[in-house]
Ligand binder design. Structure first.
Ligand SMILES: [Fe+2]
Length: 184
């Protein structure tokens, strides 16, 4: 008997395909206050990023499972601050996660409990281990869509409130500059 193929990875675009793929879009209006000059942005309906994931039947919060997804962050800026994800820390704070770059160019911001941080270059093929107890977000510093795969534990959950990001990343001419000691 043939096995049903319920999900497929298309590496060209890249994207997930199949009946068991779900997706969600995040518009600027839902987190405009995360940007330094968000209140000056005229079009709040813009979709800044999209997350697609394998709906494998697990319920977030259950123990022992894994989730797989791809985040797509559009290219662009709000003011001159690069488009980014909301960012989060895991509800089960001591759980880690893997990200890997698929297409585009950007940064992964990882912030530790003591407010120190690191920015990792995300490029096609780059692999990123995100330790537990860290806030993390993606920033698209390139000119095309940034697509990043992710695998995380089913018990991790997402907390968008108790995370902190003490650095912003701006476009200055053709350069990318980071400015620390900002709060979001
Ligand atoms: Fe995460």
């Amino acid at each position: 008997m043939m096995r049903e193929k319920i999900i497929h990875f298309n590496p060209i675009i890249p994207k997930l395909e199949g009946v068991a793929v779900k997706s969600s879009q995040t518009r600027l209006e839902s987190y405009v206050d995360h940007y330094l000059h968000g209140n000056q942005e005229p079009d709040l309906t813009k979709i800044i990023y999209e997350v697609e994931y394998h709906d494998n039947g697990l319920v977030e919060g259950c123990k022992g499972g894994l989730f797989l997804g791809i985040s797509h962050v559009m290219p662009g800026t709000v003011g001159n601050e690069f488009y980014m994800t909301k960012g989060h820390i895991h509800r089960e704070k001591d759980t880690g996660e893997y990200y890997w770059g698929m297409k585009g160019k950007g940064l992964l911001l990882i912030v530790f409990k003591d407010n120190t941080y690191k920015l990792e270059d995300v490029t096609e093929g780059s692999i990123h281990y995100i330790p537990g107890n860290t806030s993390h977000r993606l920033i698209n510093t390139g000119t095309e869509k940034l697509s990043v795969g992710a695998c995380w534990l089913s018990e991790s959950g997402h907390d968008y409130v108790n995370c902190h990001f003490p650095v912003r990343v701006f476009k200055k001419g053709e350069k990318t500059i980071e400015v620390s000691h900002c709060t979001t």
